[in-house]
Ligand binder design. Structure first.
Ligand SMILES: Cc1ncc(COP(=O)(O)O)c(C=O)c1O
Length: 392
């Protein structure tokens, strides 16, 4: 069957623009991992059409056959302008950036610059599962520093982890997730400054995964790690891929603080061969011209967070959900339901709803599920309904 063109409606909310029938024609991971009777609210893809300026840029590149290798600094310049306008951050220096294939591979390459095999890397669990997989694959030792009260960084726990990291005589690093996946926690300027101070005290290098940075609630403010005092030796990994749903168009940026530029300059030239040129074009267009679309998504996500809280209160009141300001993900504590360590397996089997299993997120994940809010209110309502009925 020929795929139909997206049925983009005049609705300003991109999360309401596509029907389920249209979405089911997609061939990406979100839509092809489970059978057609399953509602997929798991992997971090969004149910949105592309922002028009991004779609135009890709179409123009295709029309021109402009599908060669990437060149130039347009992506970094677009991100620097975006950072200035959105976050009031003037410190993103294009000469201290490098294009990388994607955020995870960028993290790996940056960690290779500042740590060696066997060295410890601290993470705040529960956290994005590939942190464990990629760190293990590159022979780094994962040191868990569980989030504390309110799903925020626990500085006593973090200090203990940094002490552990420093004790072995190796070079320690801290892979900060900001905003935090899966909890949606947006770290404050004070918290980030405290991270920088603690990292300096223990000689730990901070690598901030800021892939979700543009996607915060309309009334929230994202603070770039490298903008806080004391973060000069840190790195950030940024990308338009989450906020504009461009994961299939590989590209990301590694950004070094003022005292980490020398380290970043040691990144091998061949790493820059990995990103896709069309990806770089699309990401640059998103940052440059996709602001209105982004704000419409943020408004839709605000609506969905409120809707989810209401639906859970009505249909699954035992589930604990703390709406947070960042990401398009919701972290649900299902332990009161008594479904064991992996409630996602139950909801998949009995409710035909695919959620991300909490145990994959490390210590603190048991009994939880992660739900992807980047869908229409109708799908969200249907999903919670199915979850509730599964328990009947
Ligand atoms: C925190 C975090 N980092 C990295 C990624 C993956 O990014 P990329 O596809 O650019 O490697 C994701 C994807 O959801 C994520 O949530």
């Amino acid at each position: 069957m020929e795929p139909k063109p997206p049925d983009v409606s005049a609705d300003a909310n991109p999360l309401r623009a596509l029907s389920l029938d249209t979405l089911r024609q997609r061939t990406s991971m979100k839509w092809r991992t489970y059978p057609a009777d399953v509602l997929p609210l798991w992997v971090a893809e969004m149910d949105v059409p592309l922002a028009a300026p991004v779609a135009r840029t890709i179409a123009d590149a295709v029309a021109l056959g402009d599908t060669g290798y990437p060149a130039g600094t347009a992506y970094a310049r677009a991100l620097a302008d975006f950072a200035r306008e959105r976050w009031g951050w003037h410190g993103l220096a294009v000469e201290r950036t490098a294009i990388v294939p994607d955020v995870m591979l960028g993290i790996v390459e940056v960690l290779k610059l500042v740590t060696r095999p066997g060295d410890p890397v601290v993470v705040n669990c529960p956290v994005y599962p590939p942190f464990y997989q990629f760190l293990t694959h590159m022979d780094r030792r994962v040191v868990e520093a569980p989030l504390g009260a309110g799903l925020r960084i626990d500085f006593d726990v973090l200090e203990a982890a940094f002490r552990d990291a420093a004790a072995g005589g190796g070079r320690g690093a801290y892979l900060l997730c900001s905003p935090h996946n899966p909890t949606g926690t947006v770290h404050s300027a004070e918290e980030l400054a405290a991270v920088a101070a603690l990292a300096a005290e223990y000689g730990v290098r901070v690598v901030a995964d800021e892939i979700h940075a543009p996607v915060v609630a309309l009334d929230a403010t994202f603070v770039p790690y490298l903008s806080v005092p004391g973060a000069e030796r840190g790195f950030s990994l940024m990308s338009a891929s989450k906020a504009w749903n461009l994961a299939g168009l590989k590209a990301a940026l590694a950004v070094a603080g003022p005292e980490a530029g020398g380290d970043l300059a040691r990144m091998p030239e061949e790493v820059s061969h990995g990103p896709s040129h069309v990806g770089v074009l699309a990401h640059s267009a998103a940052l440059r011209d996709g602001g209105d679309w982004l704000d419409a998504v943020r408004a839709g996500l605000d609506e969905n967070r409120r809707l989810l809280a209401r639906l859970l209160a009505e249909r699954l009141p035992a589930v604990r959900y703390r709406p947070a300001s960042g990401t398009f993900l919701a972290w649900l504590d299902c332990r009161p339901l008594g479904l064991g360590d992996n409630p996602a397996a139950f909801f998949l089997e009995r409710g035909r709803v695919a959620l991300s299993p909490g145990p994959d997120f490390g210590t603190g994940g048991a009994g939880h599920v992660r739900l992807n809010l980047a869908t229409s209110p109708e799908v969200l309502t249907e999903a919670v309904g199915r979850m509730a009925e599964a328990l009947d």
